[in-house]
Ligand binder design. Structure first.
Ligand code: NI
Length: 197
């Protein structure tokens, strides 16, 4: 196991709707996975990526708000908890699992995050700006929530045709064996949850 090449899965892959399990251990393979997640994120020009977006149903995500390995700070959040929301801000979001789809989402402007890094150090920080937005978007992923779920009714109507296109592509890939069956996906979840959760 773990020999599969990581890739970003697209909506409506079922792992994106899975409530991910807390991480119980960090090993060299998980460190390698995290490094690969940053690579995939940069290649796709994203600022954040959750583990279940690479088909791993465990509670961790990575962020670099500069989306550039030469700039910014690479942040890893394991078993994150968000609290103390303050204020509201509206901004356009996108998602690497929904390429080409964008829409406005209202979220708290500032939040506190508690988590662990890869070395087991505790993170306890107040986040603002893009970092606050990205962390909330990624934490949603771990709970199986996608950004369009948080759009207003008009926004949801606007994105419906694009979501249907994603659904048609997924179904046709499933018919041709391009995506795993439900049973294979469930087996894959069980393997990874046994190893890390
Ligand atoms: Ni996303």
């Amino acid at each position: 196991m773990g020999s599969n090449v990581l890739q970003i899965i697209a909506y409506p892959h079922p792992t994106l709707r899975r409530k991910s399990k807390p991480v119980k251990r960090v090993d060299s393979e998980l460190r390698a996975i995290v490094a690969e997640m940053f690579e995939l994120m940069y290649a796709a020009r994203g600022v954040g990526l959750a583990a279940n977006q690479v088909d791993l149903p465990i509670r961790l995500f990575v962020i670099n708000t500069d989306s550039d390995p030469e700039k910014g700070v690479e942040r890893v959040f394991i078993n994150p908890v968000i609290s103390q929301p303050k204020g509201f801000a509206e901004a356009e979001e996108g998602c690497l699992s929904l390429p080409g789809l964008y829409g406005n989402v209202i979220r708290p402007k500032q939040v506190r995050i508690n988590a662990y890094d890869l070395d087991g150090n505790e993170i306890n920080e107040e986040l603002t700006g893009l970092l606050a937005r990205a962390a909330q978007h990624e934490l949603d992923h771990l709970d199986g929530v996608l950004f369009f779920d948080r759009m207003n009714e008009t926004g949801k109507v606007d994105v419906r045709p694009t979501l249907e296109e994603f659904e048609i592509v997924f179904e046709s890939q499933r018919k041709t064996g391009g995506v795993p069956s439900e049973a294979d996906i469930a087996e894959h979840w069980a393997e990874w949850e046994k190893r890390y959760a």
